[in-house]
Every structure is written in structure tokens, then in C-alpha cells.
Write a protein that binds this ligand. Structure first.
Ligand code: BTN
Length: 263
């Protein structure tokens, strides 16, 4: 009886498969790289395997950026999913589902100011709380496996000057948070959204993503092709392109083609 109680109390991972196989590393270069190596060197890994690092010393971000995280303070982890049901041209739906899972888990703490900044940054007001780096292994016209790396600033109090507009849960709420508990919550919400995709509920996922989108329908400054202009985000195409209305006409941009200019 005692054993059963202890087991139940300790099992904070309530998702069916995301996080059930969890490997926590004291130190690693990058959880994405570690998971990628594990995939190529060992026997098949269960879908939903999570690699979490206490210290990540060569974290990678979007567009060849580095991802810095103070040792022991934040969440840095990678999830293995096998969305082979997802055609390549719809791979952005995976980005949507993961972003929604992360924000659903944090929403009870942060409320409506929590947003997804296109394509997949996690924002609180105008500050960046986290981001993700999704690396797909393609087979034919489908994604065989996806390595979903997520970095979230949780208990870090200070950021270097060159960290731009970073923030953390601690900076926002003045409290420390249990990393494993948050991870468990995030895994279970990611699983729910992923299962929506698997069940073919793409429209539900797409609508929910737009609903959470940072700066949606608000006039903002952007820069594209060396030119700064005012525009309004109107939508995101199925393939992930951002739709911005400027001078009464719609333009579409990929991540490399447009940047937000700070207010
Ligand atoms: C970004 O916003 O630029 C994406 C940041 C992604 C960082 C995470 S931390 C865990 C995983 N391992 C990495 O090397 N990067 C991702």
C-alpha cells in the first residue's frame, strides 16, 4: 500500500506517452543534438521520449543563433515525435500544436498576456519567455521523426545585456517554479494538441494558433527587403507563411524575409 502511494505521488507525468520515457542529463551540449545522436546510434526510441538537461552549454536557437540558459535554472529539453501522418507541406501544423501545448501549460500562471509570436516564440507582453527549434527527419513526402527542442526561461533572474528582450517566469511572477512539474504539464498539453492533429482536427489547431498570435490584427512596424513599413498581421498560411496587410494589400513572408521592429 505504501509503495503504491509513493508511486502515484511521484508520477507527475500524466501524459500517455510524451515524457513517459524521460532522460535527465546533468550536462550536455544540446538536447536536440543528443536526441539526434541517440536516434541514429541506438535501437528505436519510444515516441514521446524526452531529453532534459540541467545544463546545456551549446544550446542552439533559430536561424543559427545560440541559446543561452543559466545552469539549473531553466527548462531546456527535446521531445521525439513521429508525425508520419503529416504531409511535408503541412509541417507547420506541428509547430502550431507544440506552441499551443506550451502556452496552454503556462496560461494558468500568466493569463492572456501570454502569446505565440510567429512562428513559434513564446512571449509575455513584448518579452521573450522561450522558443523552440524543431528539426524534422524527412522520409519521402512525410516527416519520419521530429526533434522538438524547447527552451523556456523559468527561474533565471538576470539576463546578459545582449540577450535582447528576454524574460522569465521568475522575473514576471517573483516566484521560483519546480522545473519537473512544469515539464510534466507541458508534456501533457503538447500531447493533447498533437493528438488533435493525429485525429485530423487541423482546423481546430489552426484557429487556436491564430487566437494566441502575438500582434494579430494590430498595426506594427516590420522590416523586409531592407525597408521598414507599417503592417497588420492578418493570418498565417497553412504552410506557415505570415500574411501581413500593408497599404491595402496582402504580402506573405517566410521567417528569413521579415523581422518585427520594436515598438
Ligand atoms: C529560439 O528561440 O531561437 C529557439 C530556442 C530553442 C532552444 C532549445 S533548448 C533545448 C533544445 N536544444 C537546443 O540546442 N535548442 C533547443
Amino acid at each position: 500500500m505504501l509503495n503504491i502511494n509513493i508511486t502515484l505521488q511521484n508520477n507527475i507525468f500524466s501524459a500517455l506517452f510524451v515524457g513517459q520515457n524521460l532522460l535527465t542529463l546533468k550536462e550536455v551540449n544540446s538536447t536536440n543534438d543528443f536526441l539526434k545522436n541517440l536516434l541514429s546510434n541506438s535501437k528505436p526510441l519510444p515516441e514521446g521520449t524526452v531529453i532534459m538537461a540541467e545544463t546545456q552549454f551549446a544550446g542552439r536557437g533559430q536561424q543559427q543563433n545560440k541559446w543561452h540558459s543559466e545552469p539549473g535554472k531553466n527548462l531546456t529539453f527535446s521531445i521525439l515525435l513521429n508525425p508520419s501522418f503529416l504531409p511535408l507541406e503541412e509541417q507547420f501544423d506541428l509547430t502550431r500544436a507544440i506552441s499551443l501545448g506550451v502556452t496552454d501549460a503556462l496560461e494558468p500562471l500568466l493569463g492572456e498576456q501570454l502569446k505565440i509570436k510567429w512562428p513559434n516564440d513564446i512571449y509575455y507582453d513584448d518579452k521573450k519567455l522561450g522558443g523552440m527549434l524543431i528539426e524534422n527527419l524527412i522520409q519521402g513526402n512525410h516527416i519520419k521523426s521530429a526533434i522538438i527542442g524547447i527552451g523556456l526561461n523559468i527561474n533565471q533572474e538576470k539576463f546578459p545585456d545582449d540577450a535582447g528582450n528576454a524574460t522569465s517566469l521568475k522575473q514576471i511572477l517573483q516566484k521560483d517554479y519546480d522545473l519537473r512539474r512544469l515539464l510534466a504539464d507541458i508534456c501533457s498539453h503538447i500531447e493533447s494538441w498533437y493528438l488533435n492533429l493525429l485525429a485530423g482536427k487541423k482546423e481546430t489547431v489552426r484557429i487556436a494558433y491564430l487566437d494566441r498570435l502575438y500582434a494579430m490584427n494590430e498595426p506594427r512596424l516590420f522590416k523586409a527587403e531592407g525597408e521598414v513599413f507599417e503592417g497588420v498581421i492578418k493570418s498565417v498560411r497553412n504552410n506557415g507563411l505570415l500574411v501581413v496587410n500593408t497599404n491595402n494589400h496582402e504580402r506573405e513572408f517566410s521567417l528569413k524575409e521579415i523581422e518585427f521592429i520594436k515598438k
